[in-house]
Ligand binder design. Sequence first.
Ligand code: PLP
Length: 227
Amino acid sequence: MIAENVQNVLKEIAGGNAFGEKITLVAATKTRTPEEINEAIAAGVTDIGENKVQEFRDKYDLVHGANRHFIGHLQTNKVKYLIGKTYLIHSLDRLELADELQKRAERAGWTADCLLEINIGSELSKSGFSLDEGMSAYEKMRAYPNIRVRGLMAMLPVSQDFQQLRSLCLSMRQFYDTIKVQDGNISYLSMGMSGDWRLCVECGSNMIRLGTSLFGPRAYPQAPVND
Ligand SMILES: *Cc1c(COP(=O)(O)O)cnc(C)c1O
């Protein structure tokens, strides 16, 4: 079942997005066992993302052959466990986190590839910079020598208002294009989960984070927020 789900999604995104860009599938692996994750990798998943540091660490040596992403809210006191181990951290959401990442990464002689997280729906339950503060946050993040900003991440609000979601997605793409023209490191717009990824891709996302569509419903209820 997992293999079939993975292959179906990979087939569907094989043509790239509306901007002619390759789409990267990141399997969101929270609550999944190393066996399930390895099955997804065997079926073609190249990138996996955890949203809790504990799970990231527990599974690190038990899964093989994929780029490791960190996609959840990152507490400052847990940054040390990710140093040298992530392909991409999607949740760079505050300067205090950047300070800690810079300190630890520099000490390790490593550069952290990160996405700036934007709270596109201005939701109290979610972290990230507002779109309005996005540009100034991006410019501040660029000044850290051991942090490399590679793009943007956002989670859409849960809503039935398709037009509103579409317009939020398009404003993310617009911000993405604004920074991309001036910065060759910018390559990823990480936007889209199981319930909304097709809309996101249509609006220019080139990285989607899927859990439920690949692995089925999670065993215990967990809202897709960054905690
Ligand atoms: C869990 C999670 C996802 C995937 O959610 P699904 O709805 O199961 O596809 C994506 N992004 C983040 C940050 C998550 O925590």
